[in-house]
Design a protein around this ligand. Structure first.
Ligand code: COA
Length: 319
């Protein structure tokens, strides 16, 4: 028997305000038809006053702990994956920790943009398997609406805000995270980035993207890393019950599924309702599918994501 990190609870949180494509088209030169056809997105949630990456993360974490039946005080590790922290420092994870009423645990943020949750999950998995941590909360949380250029129709229609969380628990057995695979290639920095930061411009900056080039890299990298993670676990696409992919664009999901020979109805799709919530998108989609009963205990799930950097990754888990 091996010591593994099992997913014992999931949770998510969305801002109160839902914004449809039609509503967006009142202020941006776009249309519902264009957005649906090119991306599959129909609506997104936008954070309002008092809603931050930290507050959404804490709400998602609280729900995940409730679902797991685990007390916050038993948590030994909190990782928040985010590209939109509440402040440059301290880490948003420490705000979540305080909000959960935990006096002492390890808490830090991971910055790998849309792949952030996969990176954070992999770090937590390693720390659990190494033996030092028994319970971890891994959260993806973002308020991308605050770093969007609302005059750039090619980017502002694509993103939304939200958070998703999983509680990982050290257990002996067949369930849990079976493999992870992570990559980065900094040569592509300029295809998807934020044009500011504390050490360069001294400002927060806005999202910039060369969409069609990102699209091409995404399909190739995602199919490859999914195959790699399955290989590491000694499994094939035929063993997969559910793919929980990063929700960037419906066309990327369909093309990746085709490349791997996976049926599109094995894909959990929430991009239509949430748009791209960056690091939050995988755990948010996971929580939706767990709560609506599609994902059942014992199912084989694969996660995948790719984002700015580029960074990309995948993980295989027996739920
Ligand atoms: N509404 C209407 N028209 C728009 C638009 C919008 N919101 N955004 C762009 N357009 C226009 C462009 O101006 C362009 O017009 P032109 O031909 O007159 O210059 C036209 O639509 C085509 O633009 P293009 O960027 O080539 O479209 P596309 O088919 O590549 O689709 C994306 C654009 C962004 C949807 C697509 O490239 C994509 O999804 N890329 C991946 C993005 C992604 O997933 N990023 C995150 C990864 S983590």
């Amino acid at each position: 028997m091996s010591r593994r990190a099992t997913i014992s609870g999931t949770g998510s949180a969305l801002p109160a305000r839902r914004v449809t494509n039609d509503e967006l088209a009142q202020t941006v030169d776009t249309s519902d038809e264009w957005i649906v056809e090119r991306t599959g997105i129909r609506a997104r949630y936008i954070a309002g006053e008092g809603e931050t990456t930290g507050t959404l993360a804490a709400e998602a974490a609280r729900k995940a702990l409730d679902a797991a039946g685990i007390a916050a005080t038993d948590v030994g590790l909190i990782i928040v994956a985010t590209a939109t922290p509440d402040q440059t420092f301290p880490a948003t994870a420490t705000r979540v920790q305080a909000s959960l009423g935990i006096d002492d645990c390890i808490a830090f943020d991971v910055a790998a943009v849309c792949s952030g949750f996969l990176y954070a999950l992999s770090v937590a998995d390693s720390m659990i398997r190494a033996g030092g941590i028994d319970i971890a909360v891994v959260i993806g949380s973002e308020t991308f609406s605050r770093i969007l250029d609302w005059e750039d129709r090619a980017t502002c229609v694509l993103f939304g805000d939200g958070a998703g969380a999983v509680v990982l628990k050290a257990e002996e057995g067949e369930r849990g995270i079976l493999s992870t695979a992570l990559h980065a290639d900094g040569r592509h920095n300029q295809l998807l980035y934020v044009d500011g930061g504390p050490s360069t411009t001294g400002t927060v900056g806005k999202v910039r993207m060369r969409g069609s080039e990102v699209f091409r890299h995404a399909v190739v990298n995602l199919a490859a890393v999914l195959g790699e993670a399955l290989d590491k676990a000694g499994l094939t696409p035929a063993d997969v019950d559910w793919v929980v992919p990063h929700q960037a664009n419906r066309r990327i999901l369909d093309a990746t599924a085709r490349k791997l020979g996976l049926s599109p109805d094995r894909m959990i799709v929430t991009v239509d309702q949430h748009a791209n919530t960056s690091a939050a998108s995988v755990p948010l989609a996971l929580d939706v599918a767990v709560r609506d009963g599609r994902i059942q205990r014992g199912d084989l799930i694969v996660f995948e994501a790719m984002g700015g950097g580029f960074t990309w990754g995948a993980a295989v888990a027996r739920y």
